[in-house]
Design a protein around this ligand. Structure first.
Ligand SMILES: [Zn+2]
Ligand SMILES: [Zn+2]
Length: 253
């Protein structure tokens, strides 16, 4: 199985997973043309995508899905709560409702949605598997929970939210209510939160770790890498960082 990111952060998120047979898009916070040009960097056409799996209704994850799904006749998979929040935009789109902890297949890719305490209506994140390897995706978390740790342990690859450095967020010019939302229990994980979560996982099989959803103002790739490398006791360069502009290129597990 291989996977790549079209871009990651509050300006837009999208990830592609490919089993060899099946290619799916996970979230799409970019418009049609932006999505096409970002897919082209990965040698992919929208026509090759089998469907779109959605984590939650925040604009940086759903901006492009209605138009792309309609134009390319792609089905989408999302929770009832997420569907209710964007239902108005989904006329003539095939919708498949999913539930946390109820795995489902798209082609030969298996998805396990799991709940996270993020401030959306019914957000989920996913473990994707081709039956052999398991990829975990956790980009909009809130805070680490025991449930998340139980699901993400023993993975082969992990895309892990490292939204902000706590000190940089505190010292930023963001208004106080925004600082509280981001740093609070239903917002986004800091580098330190991500490191704490990682420390509680079995990471012995992990062949790729990617820091994701970094704030462009309140974090740096170097700080995110350093926080995670300390836990794994590895070279900082071994850890990938998903950027807003480039995402990250194909990785294989
Ligand atoms: Zn979100
Ligand atoms: Zn987000």
């Amino acid at each position: 199985m291989r996977f790549a990111s079209l871009g990651s952060g509050s300006g837009g998120n999208a990830l592609v997973c490919n089993s060899g047979k099946t290619t799916i898009l996970l979230d799409c916070g970019f418009g049609i043309y932006e999505t096409q040009s970002r897919l082209a960097r990965l040698n992919l056409l929208i026509e090759q995508i089998r469907g779109i799996v959605v984590t939650h209704e925040h604009a940086d994850h759903v901006q492009g899905i209605a138009r792309i799904a309609r134009r390319y006749k792609l089905a989408i998979w999302l929770t009832y709560g997420t569907w209710r929040m964007i239902e108005h935009s989904l006329k003539n789109v095939e919708v498949n409702l999913i539930e946390a902890d109820s795995p489902f297949f798209i082609g030969d890719l298996n998805f396990v949605p799991f709940t996270v305490p993020h401030d959306a209506r019914e957000p989920v994140q996913f473990v994707v598997s081709d039956g052999d390897k398991r990829l975990g995706i956790l980009t909009d978390t809130g805070r680490p929970t025991e449930h998340i740790e139980n699901i993400l342990t023993g993975l082969d690859a992990l895309v892990l939210e490292c939204n902000h450095d706590e000190k940089m967020l505190q010292e930023s010019h963001y208004p106080l209510n925004l600082k509280r939302r981001i740093g609070g229990p239903y917002g986004h994980m800091s580098n330190a939160d991500a490191a704490r979560l990682l420390a509680n996982l079995d990471f012995s099989r992990l062949s790729h770790l990617i820091a994701a959803h970094l704030s462009e103002k309140n974090n740096t790739p170097a700080l995110a890498r350093a926080a995670l490398a300390t836990v794994l006791d590895c070279e900082k360069e071994w850890i990938n960082v998903a950027s807003q502009d480039k995402g990250f290129n194909w990785l294989t597990i």
